[in-house]
Design a protein around this ligand. Structure first.
Ligand code: SF4
Length: 378
């Protein structure tokens, strides 16, 4: 195995164990971000490691004592991990109010998990409103001040510009990984790419970036074309793929040429614009947020989630889309009928598979194989 891949796999296998060990070695603070879109660069510029809180492979055990069973797994799984005492490595949490369930999660965490730092990032929800940008910059300023108070360290513009440059390098490297996969999809398994994507949400970028450079330098990308159906893999879920799902996709013969995963393309899709000399890095961070790909949690009438997936599939040479839908994610399910109609109008094959982190991977294989066969014969 590529030596860098071995390290990605270790971080991906158990982010909590990996982070406990990292913290013991570095003595640094860690802030967990939940679920998406928290501007990690600000946390990094305060000298703290930002990580995206991941789901766990373990079944949800105790969250049911506090949460309804119809709450999505990212909320249940992360809350459950904290209840089981598996998040002691975290010094604080930053919540993004991207949906009702994430908002409720934040309130529950306030009551039951008391970390030294806690912040609720209140994003603008109507992105085309004239007040959205000034509001977003103010909210970034509020986050910055809160981090400064917690860390006891001023976040200077130059420190923030350096953090932005580091994170943009991560984005460049991931974009290069995706370009190579698109050119030679047979050289990359879904398991392999998903482990890299899990690692990037856990490891410090100072360690991740050189490892990904090593991986790319040593990666054999000479696998020729085969007769499998090229696919775009998409999802709505605010956590890594369900355990076993990547293996099922590989085992069923899915040839993923590109993705639109939240724990994937969307993690690096919008580089932060370069901060001009004497410019305001908060403005640059704000702009990156407004450039995010269409997402049902960010209302903008010009964005269309279904069309975005179709366009991305066509640009990648995919012949169909497999959409993994997180069970009980209301905000994405409300939009799903529109997505389905758009795919039907555009003649793009779509397979929606509901996932729940409780064994869905084992149940979907037959449907996946039938879909691949249908697209192949179309
Ligand atoms: S999966 Fe859906 S419901 Fe759950 S936190 Fe994410 S956006 Fe909200």
């Amino acid at each position: 195995m590529n030596v860098a891949m071995d390290q990605f796999a270790q971080a991906a296998h158990s982010p909590s164990d990996w982070l406990k060990s990292w913290k013991a070695g570095s003595g640094k603070k860690i802030i967990g971000c939940f679920p998406l879109y928290i501007p990690e660069e600000l946390i990094h510029a305060a000298g703290i490691l930002p990580v995206v809180l991941q789901g766990s492979d373990k079944p949800v055990a105790r969250a049911g004592e506090y949460l309804h069973s119809n709450v999505c797994h990212p909320v249940q799984g992360s809350f459950d991990q904290a209840l089981r005492g598996e998040m002691h490595y975290v010094d604080g949490v930053a919540f993004a109010d991207i949906c009702e369930q994430a908002k409720r999660a934040s309130s529950l965490w306030r009551l039951y998990h008391t970390f030294p730092f806690r912040f609720n990032f209140l994003f603008p929800h109507v992105l085309n409103s004239p007040t959205a940008t000034p509001y977003m910059i103010r909210e970034l300023g509020r986050f910055k001040r809160s981090l400064e108070e917690f860390s006891g360290r001023e976040i200077t513009s130059s420190a923030l510009a350096e953090s932005i440059a580091l994170y943009n390098r991560t984005r460049e490297l991931l974009a290069e990984l995706y370009r190579r996969r698109q050119r030679s999809p047979g050289s990359f398994s879904v398991v392999e790419v998903s482990q890299i994507l899990a690692a990037v949400q856990t490891m410090p970028k100072e360690d991740f970036n050189p490892l990904l450079e090593t991986y790319l330098a040593g990666k054999d990308t000479t696998a020729g074309a085969d007769d499998r159906v090229p696919l775009l893999l998409a999802c709505n879920q605010c956590e890594d793929l369900e355990p076993g799902m990547a293996g099922v996709l590989d085992g069923a013969g899915a040839l993923v040429v590109n993705d639109d995963l939240y724990p994937g393309y969307r993690y690096f899709a919008t580089p932060v614009p370069t901060v001009p000399q004497n410019g305001d890095p908060l403005e640059a961070l704000s702009q990156a947020h407004f450039n995010l790909p269409a997402c049902p949690t960010r209302h903008n009438p010009v964005n269309n989630w279904g069309q975005h997936m179709i366009d991305r599939a066509r640009q990648s040479g995919a012949k169909g889309v497999v959409l993994l839908m997180q069970q009980f994610c209301e905000i994405h399910y409300f939009e799903y009928p529109l997505v389905k109609n758009r795919f039907s109008q555009e003649g793009m094959p779509l397979l929606m598979l509901e996932t729940d982190h409780s064994g869905a991977a084992g149940r979907v294989r037959t449907r996946l194989e039938a879909f691949l066969e249908m697209v192949k014969e179309a």
